[in-house]
Design a protein around this ligand. Structure first.
Ligand code: NAD
Length: 293
């Protein structure tokens, strides 16, 4: 049987439409500050997409760029300024940062109310204990996609591959909560996991966030499993005008025939990350305004 293709673009469009209507009711525009350090082409592309999404729904975006050699103190000083600005409601520092910068130190500095990436320890802590918080955009987007496609997680075995702070760990924290669209039994696997394939074969839902093209193969997935591919990897493709193409962490052609539902790359999880960033920015705006900030 053909698997359901779990696609993010339609849901993203609907979320952005709702946000556009919501933003139209704001007495001043929500503002998102995007900080880019260095000239990583993928980061530049992501920042461009985020600015475009802001413009489309009526959020003001402010871009700040630093050279790769800039001292960390300069980025910290900018964050201090942005924390105090009343026209900035969200602050996002595009990752990855150059090696001489410590992402934890930088994220720590962001006002948790403006932390629209949901990476500040206060937001991560709130997420873990099940309190309302700004949630990391990618796992938040995956959870919304599962809900949209009515994929039941209650009591299901969800195996997440990858324990990063931006995807794997918060994904586990979201799905393990005692809430209607979560309540999963979560196994979080990583590079030191023994017998990975045996674990993933026992999953009702596999979520791959590894960063290795085609890592999840058909022999690692049970018949009828749901497969969510978070990976976005550039691989050389001379036939493409850009010289590369994007592939996920799942061997789509091999895995799709075994799965009951699967996300394509691109067009699956990717669009949701931006949709949830916009959602978080409007949420941050509303919360700050409620405090007259
Ligand atoms: P990361 O490099 O921070 O973490 C990779 C994780 O994979 C690590 O926790 C590691 O333990 C695990 N891993 C590595 N090798 C493994 C192995 N052999 N077996 C089991 N686990 C292994 O990655 P990340 O930042 O979470 O990103 C993962 C992927 O998701 C990348 O392709 C990235 O581009 C993509 N991504 C996509 C979005 C999106 O919007 N869709 C957002 C963030 C990341």
């Amino acid at each position: 049987m053909m698997p359901v293709h779990i696609e993010g673009n339609a849901l993203k469009a609907r979320i952005l439409d709702q946000l556009t209507a919501d933003v139209a009711t704001c007495d001043s525009p929500p503002g998102l500050a995007v900080v880019l350090v260095g000239d990583n082409p993928a980061s530049q592309a992501y920042v461009g997409m985020k600015k475009k999404a802001c413009a489309a729904i009526g959020i003001r975006s402010f871009e700040f760029t630093f050279s790769a050699e800039s001292p960390q103190a300069d980025v910290i000083a900018l964050i201090d300024t942005l924390n105090d600005r009343s026209d900035v409601h969200g602050i996002l520092v595009q990752m990855p940062l150059p090696d001489h910068m410590d992402p934890l130190v930088i994220v720590d500095r962001i006002d948790p109310y403006k932390d629209v990436d949901g990476l500040h320890p206060v937001n991560m802590g709130n997420l873990l204990i099940g309190r309302d918080s700004l949630k990391p955009c990618t796992p938040y987007g995956v959870a919304e996609l599962l809900k949209e496609y009515a994929i039941d997680t209650v009591g299901k075995h969800v195996v997440i591959i990858g324990r990063s702070v931006i995807v794997g760990k918060p994904m586990a924290a979201i799905l393990v909560q005692n809430t209607p669209n979560a309540n999963a039994t979560v196994t979080l696997c990583h590079s030191r996991t023994h017998n990975l394939a045996a674990i993933t074969r026992s999953a009702d839902i596999v979520i791959a966030a590894i960063g290795r093209p085609g890592f999840v193969t058909a022999d690692m997935v049970a018949d009828g499993a749901v497969v969510i591919d978070v990976g976005i990897n550039r691989i050389v493709d001379k036939s493409s005008p850009k010289g590369y193409r994007l592939v996920g962490d799942v061997d789509f052609d091999g895995v799709a025939p075994k799965s009951s539902a699967i996300t394509p790359v691109p067009g699956g999880v990717g669009p949701m990350t931006i949709a949830m960033l916009m959602t978080n920015t409007v949420t941050a705006y509303r919360r700050l305004r409620a405090q007259s900030r």
